[in-house]
Structures are given as structure tokens and as C-alpha cells.
Design a protein around this ligand. Sequence first.
Ligand code: PMP
Length: 431
Amino acid sequence: MNHSKSEALHKEALEHIVGGVNSPSRSYKAVGGGAPVAMDYGKGAYFYDIDGNRYIDYLAAYGPIVTGHGHPHIAKAIAHAAETGTLFGTPTKHEVKFAKMLKDAFPSMDKVRFNNSGTEAVMTTVRVARAYTGRTKIMKFEGCYHGHFDQVLVAAGSGPATLGSPDSAGVPESVAIEVITVPFNDPEAYIAAMDKWDGQIAGILVEPIVGNFGIVEPNPGFLKVVHDVAKEKGSLVIYDEVITAFRFHYGGAQTLLGFEPDLTALGKVIGGGLPIGAYGGKQEIMETVAPLGPAYQAGTMAGNPASMQAGIACLEVLAQEGIYEEMDRLGAILEKGLVEAAAKYNVPVTVNRLKGALAVYFVEQAGQIVENYKQAENTDGEKFGRFFKLMLERGINLAPSRYEAWFLTTEHTEADILETIEAAEYAFSQL
Ligand code: PMP
């Protein structure tokens, strides 16, 4: 496959854009380097690079693209916004309509506020939790990503009760010490940390189904412990559903799993491919937000008519019957095909899948459990890097990191899945 135009563009990009990319995860650093493939356009489940190569897209822009590229219903909504005004700085009917749609899908949210990214949404839930509880510390789970604001760039932490240390330069120690990190799926560690910091934890940030070290579901009973102990200690439970909202069904992981968090952060899918974030929660808690209450949060672009109309259109598509069932059906075929192809060439893998999202881990023993960050970290990143490039050469575009999920869209067909399995068989045979 010829990538000469992508390579030339990357060289030029390096002169003007730091690292040549506008988000570090887009670089191929984690998969052995090289120029990231630059896309020209997308249609349905495919996108086409500037050298004219076609790829089946499993990156899905790191989650938001669930109805494929250029979906006609969403395209129409965006065109309408372009023609009638993309930004007014006033209330519009679109934001009210969209807020109602989100509330219907998320019964835990009495009130909603829109902003522009998942980072902003989560950041505000943390502020609101602090304002509401009058406490400063937050808890998060190891390996979970909640955006790039200071407080959540803390992932390290050995054992249940260690103070966090910053994961990024520029995050002060004084911020990191407000963040307690515990392993996911480890109720004992969580309880121990909640006991140790009793009365100090404002909120617990939870990816209810983890999408940032592959795909990891909560073990039975784990989230119940999270909720029960939080309630007992007066800490708020904050679900970060930036990836999970409308990814697995019409609604959030919370409705799928049967929980009601105090606060919820949304992003990605709900923008229909345009920038968006949103957060919401119980009436009493949301009343701490300005202009009603003392917790400040604002945004020039927040609730802009373009993102609102794209989001509404996206949810209208996703509300159609059978959409998620089909992604689940295709996901199951893909999972089975990948597992069998790997076995055929003696490549030990674990495939974690929930409906249309999956992760392939290169493990020591086929099928070995990956249910927390340490186990994900212990998988073979070098092998994943080689697999990624072999798949790319066969026209299958995965995220360039073993920690990112593969996402199906409503536009993937069984033929796409079979083509992917065939490519994987080749890739496994070359490892
Ligand atoms: N939370 C989760 C669970 C995410 O996966 C991400 C992005 N990958 C974010 C928050 C941040 O969202 P954004 O990149 O839109 O700021």
C-alpha cells in the first residue's frame, strides 16, 4: 500500500503542528512510529486516505462515529445549521429539544448542561461534586481516562490508598494529591481507600464500562459496591459515559447495568460527529451550577445549533429498531473470527467484547483474563504494534494503541467483518 502522500503531509505537519498531530493518540508512536495515515474523506464504514487507499474504519474517531461517515440524516442536519446559523450566543429550541432527548435516555439526569468536549463535561462534574459536598478529593480508577484537565491526569498509584502522582508535566503535585487512584474491579481496594479517606472524597469518577484500556466490563457486584459505599460515605458517584453513552444501546451504561449515578458526563456519540460534551444529574446537585448556584461553568460555543442539530439527528438514527442488535451480531462474528484466526497461528490473544466494541489483547495464554489496567499493561504492546501495521496494510484501520477499542458502526456489513477476519488471519500468520 502506498502512503507517500500521507508521509509527505506528515513531514509538512511536523513543521507547523506540534508532533504533527492535534491529539497525541493520533501519532503512531505507540505502534512503532511512522507517518500516521491522513484521511481524505469517509463514507459509511469506510474512509479513504489522501493516497486513495480505502480502509474499513474501526477507529470511529475514538468512539463518536457510530452511524458511519457522512450519514445522510446527520449531514442534512449539519447543512441546515450551516445555512441557518451555527452560533448565536442565545438560547435556541434545539438545545431544549436535545436536553429532553438526553433526559429521556438517562433517567438519572433531572437537568442537563451542554459544553464542548468530554474533558469539559467531566471537569465540570468534578467541580460540581466538590461544590456540592464541600470536599476536595476525588477518586478514580487506574487506567481510566477522563480527559486532559489537571485532576484526572493522575493514573499511577500503588495499592488502594496511595496519593496520586502527576501523569503529565505541568500538573502540580498539589493537584495530584487530591486524587486517589484505585484498581478497577477490586472492591476491597476501593473500600479500603474509601475508609482511609473517609469524609474527604467529593466524588468517585467511574467509567462504568471501561473503554480506555481496551474494553473491560465491571465484574458482577463491583459497581454495586462502588455505589453502596459512596452513599454511606456521602461521596457522589460520577459516571463518565463519554464513550459508553449510546455506544451499546440507546442510553447509557447506567441504564444497561441498572444504576443511577449522581452525576453523568457525556460526549463523543451525542455530537453526531461534531464537538460536544454534556453533563447532568439530580436536581438538587445541578442547582449548585451557575446561574442558580455558586459553581461556575460557561462556554461561548456551548449548546451551539450545529452540534445540537447533529446530535439530535444522530439520536434519531440510533433510536431505530434493531440498530444495536445488528452491531452486537456483527461484533460476535468478528470476535469469534479473530479468536479462531489467532488460534490457527498459535498467537495467544484475549478478546474482550461488549456488543459492537471490542479489544484484542496479546497475552501469554489465550483467553487469559484482562479485567484491570495492570493486566492490560502486561499485554504485548510491541506485538500489537506489528499487528496494527499488518492490518493497516490490508485496509483495516484500528486505533494505533493497544488500549483503544475497536468500534463498529451501523454501517459495517457482514462482508466488512469477513474481510476484517481474513486480514487478521494474514496478520496473525505474519506475527
Ligand atoms: N472520558 C472518557 C471516558 C474518554 O474516553 C474521553 C476521550 N477519549 C474523555 C473523557 C475526554 O473527551 P474529549 O476527548 O472529548 O475531551
